[in-house]
Design a binder for this molecule. Structure first.
Ligand SMILES: [Ca+2]
Ligand SMILES: [Ca+2]
Length: 251
């Protein structure tokens, strides 16, 4: 596993120059921080959420094996080990960053999500399997100390939609925290911020406020787990949801 290869690789290179006395030894022994490896380590930590997500997927796919209980137990142990390695790398990296005086040393904030949540950078996402209307879905997210998802990057879409396809199959829509229920055509997120980076399905001419589902048109948005795009739909339709909250800083 490449995580282990990075862990075992030397992060600090000690370069020794010729010396005769212990003092000369101290003075001539120079410590160099290998920035290339640190950058690789930083990227690895950032990608850790994807690695853990893959392992979680394996946990499910392995159920079809000959001895599913044993294989799932094994993968859970592997997952726990990877999480421990992730924390160790973060601690190691933070220690090196504090001792390094380079002005452009890239800072990272190591975080983790609760079990069962998908981590994308510093955000946690949870996809439900039950279906409710948009208002009830928003309340369910609040019960989890979260809110309906605000999807703003392709990386977030890739991650949650891959997870959506895994647990829900193709063509499954999930509520996100976006609506134009206050003013038609003025789309706002649940935190009251305006929509600035849209992912509407423009090939289907979305959002179209179609009235075929009811006279109120379509004032709430779902993300399609197959096309990675959004549709506006009637808010009282029933769909599963994506909840989101910030990841917790590692202690
Ligand atoms: Ca509308
Ligand atoms: Ca529509």
């Amino acid at each position: 596993m490449f995580v282990q290869s990075v862990l075992s690789s030397p992060l600090v290179l000690v370069h020794k120059v010729g010396y005769k006395t212990s003092r000369e030894h101290r003075e001539s022994t120079q410590t160099f921080v290998d920035f290339g490896k640190l950058t690789g380590m930083m990227n690895l930590i950032r990608n850790q959420g994807a690695v853990l997500s893959v392992l979680l997927s394996l946990l499910v796919s392995q159920i079809s094996c000959q001895d599913p209980d044993r294989d799932v137990a094994y993968l859970k142990v592997r997952l726990a080990l990877l999480k421990d390695h992730y924390k160790l790398m973060c601690k190691h990296y933070s220690g090196l960053a504090q001792n390094c005086s380079a002005p452009d040393f890239p800072a990272i904030r190591c975080t983790e999500c609760p079990d069962g949540w998908l981590q994308v950078e510093d955000q946690c996402f949870h996809l439900s399997t039950d279906r409710q209307d948009q208002a009830a879905s928003a309340e369910e997210c609040k019960k989890m100390d979260a809110r309906l998802a605000i999807l703003t990057t392709p990386e977030q879409h890739d991650a949650v939609e891959k997870e959506g396809r895994r647990i829900g199959g193709f063509y499954t829509n999930y509520w996100i925290g976006l609506s134009d229920i206050e003013n038609e055509g003025e789309w706002k997120w649940v935190d009251d911020s305006k929509l600035t980076v849209p992912f509407w399905n423009v090939e289907k001419a979305e959002p179209d406020n179609n009235v075929s589902g009811g006279p109120n048109g379509e004032d709430c948005a779902v993300v399609d787990s197959y096309s990675r795009t959004w549709y506006d739909v009637p808010c009282d339709f029933a769909y599963p949801r994506i909840c989101q909250k910030a990841a917790n800083p590692l202690p």
